[in-house]
Design a protein. Structure first.
Length: 360
């Protein structure tokens, strides 16, 4: 049984909420009672790539040249089995008649398995497998979309799932070759120029915008929330994810600062520079809202969320940063797989596509 915003796990006399917080806040470990039944696993979905994707030999110089000859560009699509965000991209974005027609007109889609062993020849002639190529590009989320220009350089990269309206803006940006004129963040800023209203606030947000001082006074990492007024996905994050009690407890272990990317509010960056919220967002190439950028205690960026996530993955990013797991496990997907296994070993079902933390 589950209740939105709380967990009612009581198995073999254990207090569910306390155990859940232990799982969230401490490094993952399997030293839990062996008599607990394995929790179920929910939310995994797999959808086949569209049949109109290109059958590529994965020799990207040839793919880029063939696309350019037809006035198209290459769109690399990194996916993995059971990824609900990949399934959402295919079932919602790639099947939308308008988006589908636009993609087929302007792009050659090429599918790559994050863990695949097919041979890849990159632009420049280097040999990889799919999985070593993904590792070389530091792909942390699926889906990841990498759009290549006519010379094989990256015109745009989307790290995660973009809802249709945001995805449409990305396609327009690349198809119109706007990367030669401005960053994607600047391109999106034009859409937000008329945005009005206040951001949704959380009690755990720190009002101090001298981020260097925030880090100097604490050993905890810093999470900077970049949001915008009238942002539907920002509201979903606040109402559905941050309302979850275990999630909030986890989030509160970090220093959290909220910035309005349309604002000229002055701030001091973690490395001590004076700027504004809007200018810093553009400097960091923040094109999606909400985006979260995580900094370690030295002020170095160590992780970010810059696409749509639900509760399990949102929590997992925080846990990854709080545990400094990125120092030992550079591949975030391996970390979250292990995290899900450990939670299930504790007897709790894991839903990677839901908004509730756990089911017992």
């Amino acid at each position: 049984m589950t209740v939105q915003g709380q967990t009612t796990g009581r198995r073999n006399g254990r207090g569910g909420f306390g155990l859940l917080l232990l799982l969230l806040l401490l490094p993952l470990q399997s030293a839990l009672a062996s008599d607990v039944a394995m929790g179920a696993y929910y939310g995994a979905r797999t959808a086949e790539k569209p049949d109109w994707f290109k059958d590529s030999f994965l020799e990207f110089e040839e793919d880029v040249a063939e696309a350019a000859a037809e006035n198209r560009r290459v769109m690399l699509y990194f996916h993995q089995q059971g990824c609900p965000y990949c399934a959402q991209l295919i079932e919602e974005n790639f099947t939308d008649p308008e988006l589908k027609a636009y993609i087929r007109k302007h792009f050659d889609g090429i599918s790559l398995n994050l863990w695949g062993d097919r041979e890849v020849v990159s632009v420049g002639g280097r040999d990889f497998t799919e999985k070593t190529f993904a590792a070389a590009l530091k792909v942390q989320y699926t889906p990841t979309l990498v759009f290549l220009d006519e010379s094989g350089k990256v015109a745009l990269r989307l790290n995660g799932y973009y809802p249709p309206e945001d995805f449409r803006a990305a396609l327009n940006y690349v198809a119109q070759k706007q990367e030669t004129e401005m960053s994607f963040a600047q391109f999106r800023q034009k859409d937000r120029a008329q945005s009005q209203g206040e951001l949704l606030h959380e009690a755990f947000f720190i009002p101090n915008t001298d981020l260097q001082v925030v880090l100097r006074n604490s050993i905890a990492p810093l999470a900077v929330y970049f949001e915008a007024p009238d942002c539907r996905e920002c509201e979903i994050m606040h109402r559905r994810i941050l309302s979850d009690a275990p999630t909030r407890h986890l989030v509160q272990q970090a220093n959290n600062v909220q910035l309005n990317i349309t604002s000229s509010q002055p701030l001091t960056t973690p490395d001590g520079r004076q700027t504004t919220a809007q200018d810093w967002a553009q400097e960091l190439d923040i094109a999606y809202t909400p985006s979260l950028v995580f900094f370690d205690s030295s002020g170095k960026e160590v992780m970010r969320i810059d696409a749509f996530l639900k509760t399990f993955h949102f929590q997992s990013v925080y846990a990854y940063v709080l545990e400094k797991a990125y120092l030992e496990v550079p591949e975030f997907q391996r970390y979250i797989s292990a995290r899900a296994d450990h939670i299930r070993e504790a007897g709790f079902a894991t839903d990677i596509w839901g908004y509730e933390s756990f089911h017992d």
